[in-house]
Ligand binder design. Structure first.
Ligand SMILES: C[S@@+](CC[C@H](N)C(=O)[O-])C[C@H]1O[C@@H](n2cnc3c(N)ncnc32)[C@H](O)[C@@H]1O
Length: 196
């Protein structure tokens, strides 16, 4: 039997018990991964970006320097309250509470970042997310995936499941794979929707 997606009832208690459950603010591993994430983006500046699962806003704040506009969504109000406070000096950043893919912004983006979120979805939600992400990428828009690769039995999927599923989806949807890298801990893949 496949696990259902993990929802607000999983994440809210985590953030209420500890404001930064993954040590995003202090971990040298996360800081290096964030640097690699930003380095994987080929354009110096994006017009309008979407960050799915922005959490407490540590990566959001860094990503915002590359974006004229950035919408950061998360299903945890407790996490997002921290992100709003952290990014209050960045007027280009907007926030919304959404349970993606069942909620999804009615806009098109030239960058979508899915960092450490896809393995919380069940297969059906991952497939629905792929459709919605693709439809909301403007021609020439880019999608960056970043996921941890180790086993977490309480998560519905593994990082490789997410990236392999996007690799298959890319063939069917004609997303172009621009770059990819992996190390022992995480994997990073960049796609682009063709302009034509
Ligand atoms: C492990 S954190 C990743 C934070 C950040 N993206 C990063 O890479 O540092 C995952 C975040 O995704 C959020 N999340 C999980 N499933 C989600 C969904 N279906 N829709 C929106 N946010 C979700 C969680 O609330 C959590 O804040």
């Amino acid at each position: 039997m496949t696990h259902p997606s993990l929802g607000a009832d999983f994440f809210e208690p985590l953030y209420q018990a500890a404001p930064d459950p993954w040590q995003f603010e202090t971990s040298t591993y996360e800081a290096a991964k964030y640097a690699a994430t930003l380095a994987a983006l080929p354009r110096p500046q994006y017009r309008s970006a979407l960050e799915i699962g922005g959490s407490i806003g540590v990566l959001t704040e860094r990503l915002a320097t590359r974006c004229a506009a950035l919408l950061s969504v998360d299903l945890s109000p407790t996490a997002q309250a921290q992100a709003i406070a952290r990014c209050q000096h960045l007027p280009q950043v907007g926030f919304d509470i959404m349970n993606v893919p069942h909620d999804y912004p009615a806009a098109r983006f030239d960058l979508i970042l899915l960092s450490e979120v896809g393995y919380y979805w069940c297969w059906d939600d991952l497939r629905l997310a792929q459709q919605k992400i693709y439809a909301s990428l403007e021609p020439g828009g880019q999608l960056l995936l970043v996921h941890w690769l180790h086993d977490a039995p309480s998560y519905p999927l593994r990082g490789d499941d997410v990236h392999n599923a996007f690799s298959e989806f890319a063939v069917a949807s004609q997303l172009t794979h621009l770059s990819g890298s992996r190390n022992t801990d995480y994997r990073l893949d960049l796609y682009e929707r063709p302009s034509g």
